[in-house]
Ligand binder design. Structure first.
Ligand code: K7E
Ligand code: CUA
Length: 865
């Protein structure tokens, strides 16, 4: 064995397995490495990120989707994309913006009465309890159209959008306070708070920046606008913010640039903004006591009202010792509070240093009223040196920070150097640097900005991907790179393209903290969490007309939509309420009416509504848009729009050939017999499940519930079938019997899944060899002829090792070289009986051994098959 492989194998397999497993993997691994040109370190990195099928990730990442107005969800370490969450932009898969209820959410984001259908998402934030992520709520800001959206992590759906009533642009949002009582949102480009025109010459007088402190009710997960307020700030361009925690709880911190208050004017011969806005060596870190300001905001004396929203003027904040400025290196970007709340790390993107401020020092200066001066708006300035713990030169273009569980350890992105630097902010020492691909913006640690950072990984959110991926045209995807930080030095593991927009920031949470549900209570309006006004149960389906408004109460369940025909007049307003009656996990039905630009996604138990004007005449199929079952294509119906002013002639009836009564009777009998046979299979499965106490296992019990749900619908169909027989309509009776068969197949489908799951749970534990053997048995095609527990096109192999003297050897010989034994009397008999010869599947010695171990495991559990 080559030494290289020895090392990898021990890494991959752990030391205990090496001896037996190596022989099997060694040759193949070496071959794959050679074929794909992989080095040892490549393979180690691959192993660190690879999830075998069914294995889930340890962390879940919520990434902003930039200009897409959506969010992305992916897993770490596999970097597999899991979902897009529709937020500020219509998204048809989820029906977002295409059904009535989600459209109402999207329209909450209207600004001054006008629809906005996109967003520029930058900073997602997870709700916190004691500064630690609690996995309940997710919020994100829109920089372009200043708004905050709230997403419920029970179903990953957007529930609320709140426009900022006074800002015209924002960036420093969204940041939760440590118990999610408030959300901070800082402005970006200063503008007048009111909605009127003010000349740019009046910039200093009438343009303003600010921080909005949104009240958040963490029980219901909603922003409460009437309990919220905005702290007026000078027209410095506010930037990123952070909320204090621990000893700085109650305080907020917001960076700024353009404290020069430069207003540009290339077109009138002035130097451009970029020059004028970065002239000074320092800008201001805003330090404010949001808790005190919140109390102040409750007294009308302290606020002025603009656009129905409370503003605390600068003077009031200053008078109450709630607002201060501290110089910070020019044009900073991130300000990040450490897990204890004592230190704030500010990175000046035009400075090579990171500045570490000490909140204890800041507090002392404030309580001693020791000011270095005042800004033009009368805000006290604290001395920079006296507020600093220290500064450290990191490299070019430091932007953002993430923390690790190691005391003092911090990771900072270097935009210009395209590096991640690991350093100690207490000892002010650089520890390690890792090159990333071009131009990293934010970086995401695992809960790296919470009070409980987990370390392990850092993700570099790179702005460019240049040559990393297949060229897909001039617009390239962005590139997230996963870095292993568990060792002494960082190690870049893998790249992931993000093809949706520019993901400015991402937040990661331990997957075990998320508990989304898989179904809704029947008839839920998922946007409000309440019972939907259109909730419809089986048997309640109906079409109601009120003047020219037609309301349909429909249900969807595998595999039909009820009703299947909706006839309206041209010009009618049509409302269709739909309820997905399914209880089974992942049984979503989609719904659209062709040509009407509507779409709904109905998760199990959900009720949703689509609405449109039937303004064109014609026949419009409607159908389920999710491939939900074998009869998904049949899950359809017709919307027929008649012109009330037209007369329609019925087309000539073509005489169809029909069956004779005898033929019909024969078909009916056959269908009933098939149903009886299917039912006995179901009964045997049910008996097995009961005998083996399925109720002790939640997963199995859930599947049984799903199965019984289908089975429970049979008596009703049977009744209809019997009535049809009585009425002499055999044609109809056959169709109802067919429906019964459909329900039985669905029952059996889930029932057998339940049985298989139960067998796995109660069978003796498989040895590694037996597990490999099972895989080989399946992949090698053995199960094409042999079904365990049953004679099929080959003999049942349960007990095969006992059927022959020296059984293990006999079976092994037979697998390895069956031709040689065709002449043996026993084998000859079998060949005659099954009219089939056991083929040579070219199993290796090792594989054959594994299969025998698998057969032994079967014999141990023979009663279960
Ligand atoms: Cu792009 Cu936080 Cu908006 Cu920095 S932000 S990179
Ligand atoms: Cu329901 Cu396809």
């Amino acid at each position: 064995m080559k030494p290289v492989l020895g090392k990898i194998s021990s890494l991959l397999l752990g030391t205990t397995l090496i001896t037996s497993a190596l022989a099997a993997t060694d040759g193949e691994l070496a071959k794959v490495m050679k074929d794909r040109g992989l080095s040892e370190i490549d393979v180690v990195r691959a192993a660190k990120t690879y999830n075998p099928t069914g294995v889930k990730d340890k962390y879940v990442v919520f990434s902003s989707g930039g200009q897409s107005g959506q969010m992305l969800v992916y897993g770490v370490p596999s970097m597999r994309l899991l979902k897009y969450i529709a937020v500020f932009t219509p998204e048809p898969w989820q029906g977002y913006g295409y059904d009535k209820d989600s459209l109402e959410i999207l329209r909450q984001g209207n600004i001054r009465g006008r629809e906005i259908n996109w967003g520029d998402t930058h900073h997602p934030a997870l709700s916190e309890t004691d500064g630690k992520y609690d996995g309940k709520w997710l919020v994100i800001n829109d920089k372009a159209n200043p708004r905050i959206a709230v997403i419920d992590l029970e179903d990953f759906e957007t529930k609320q959008i709140v426009p900022n009533p006074v800002f015209k642009s924002e960036h420093g949002g969204a940041f939760f306070t440590p118990n999610s009582d408030h959300i901070l949102e800082a402005a970006q480009y200063a503008a007048p708070f009111d909605n009127e025109y003010h000349p740019i010459e009046d910039y200093k007088e009438t343009y303003r920046g600010g921080v909005t402190v949104w009240k958040f009710d963490s029980k219901i997960g909603r922003i409460i606008p009437k309990d919220s307020f905005t702290l007026e700030l000078p027209p410095y361009m506010q930037d990123l913010s952070d909320s204090g925690k621990g000893i700085s709880d109650g305080w907020g911190f917001t960076n700024s640039f353009n404290t020069e208050m430069y207003t540009g004017g290339i077109e009138v011969g002035m130097p451009p903004n970029e020059a004028g806005m970065s002239r000074n060596d320092t800008d201001f870190l805003h330090v404010y006591n949001w808790k005190k300001l919140y109390e102040l905001s409750k007294d009308p004396k302290n606020v002025k009202i603009v656009n129905d929203h409370k503003i605390i003027p600068i003077e009031i904040a200053v008078k109450n010792d709630a607002l201060f400025l501290i110089p910070e290196p020019k044009s900073p970007h991130g300000v990040d509070v450490d897990p204890t709340g004592q230190y704030l790390v500010v990175c000046g993107k035009l400075d090579t240093h990171a500045s570490v401020y000490d909140f204890k020092k800041i507090q002392k200066l404030i309580s001693n009223k020791e000011y270095a001066g005042k800004d033009p708006f009368g805000i006290p300035i604290l001395d920079m040196k006296k507020s600093l713990h220290g500064q450290l030169e990191l490299g070019l273009g430091p932007l953002h920070n993430q923390y690790s569980p190691v005391d003092g350890e911090i990771y900072t992105s270097l935009y210009v150097d395209s590096q991640v630097v690991k350093w100690n902010f207490k000892e002010l020492k650089v520890l390690d640097k890792e090159n990333v691909h071009y131009n990293i913006g934010h970086l995401a640690g695992m809960e790296g900005k919470s009070a409980d950072p987990q370390g392990e990984y850092i993700i570099a959110l790179n702005k460019l991907s240049i040559d990393r991926f297949q060229n897909v045209g001039p617009l390239h995807p962005q590139n997230h790179q996963l870095i292993d930080i568990s060792g002494k030095t960082m190690d870049l593991l893998v790249d992931m393209p993000l093809p949706l927009g520019e993901p400015h920031q991402a937040v990661a949470i331990r997957a075990e903290k998320l508990h989304p549900h898989v179904r809704y209570e029947m008839g839920t309006n998922t946007k409000t969490g309440e019972q939907h006004i259109g909730k419809t149960l089986a048997g309640q389906e109906r079409i109601e007309r009120n003047g020219n408004h037609v309301t349909v109460y429909a249900t969807l369940v595998r595999s039909h939509i009820n009703p299947e025909r909706i006839t309206v007049n041209k010009g009618d307003k049509v409302t269709i309420h739909m309820t997905n009656l399914e209880r089974a996990q992942d049984e979503t039905h989609g719904f659209t009416v062709d040509n009407f630009d509507v779409h709904a996604s109905l998760e199990p138990g959900e009720t949703s509504t689509i609405e449109f004007n039937a303004d064109i005449e014609g026949v419009f199929p409607y159908y389920c848009t999710e491939f939900c079952s074998a009869l998904h294509l049949e899950m359809m119906g017709y919307l027929m729009v008649k012109d009330p002013n037209k007369k329609y002639e019925s087309a000539q009836k073509i005489k169809m050939q029909t069956m004779t009564p005898e033929q019909l009777k024969a078909e009916y009998d056959k269908t009933v017999a098939v149903n009886a046979a299917t039912d006995s299979v179901i009964q045997s499965v049910v008996k097995f499940l009961k005998d083996n106490k399925f109720g002790d296992h939640k997963v199995v019990a859930d599947l049984v519930t799903d199965a019984l749900d289908q089975y429970g619908k049979i008596p009703e169909q049977k009744k209809l079938s019997d009535e049809a027989v009585k009425a002499g309509d055999m044609e109809k009776a056959i169709l109802f019997e067919n429906m019964i068969w459909q329900l039985m197949v669905k029952t059996a489908d889930v029932g057998i899944r339940a049985k298989d799951t139960l067998v796995r749970l109660i069978a003796t534990k498989q040895s590694d060899a037996a597990a490999r053997g099972e895989k080989t048995f399946a992949e090698g095609g053995c199960n094409g002829c042999h079904v365990i527990g049953k004679v099929s096109s080959g003999p049942d192999l349960t007990g095969v090792l006992q059927r022959h003297e020296n059984g293990e050897k006999w079976v092994a010989d037979f697998i390895l070289d069956p031709e040689k034994m065709y002449g043996e009397p026993y084998v000859k008999g079998m060949i005659d009986y099954f009219n089939l010869k056991m083929p040579n599947q070219h199993m290796s010695q090792e594989e054959t051994k594994d299969i025998i171990e698998y057969l032994k495991w079967i014999d141990e559990n023979a009663n279960l098959f």
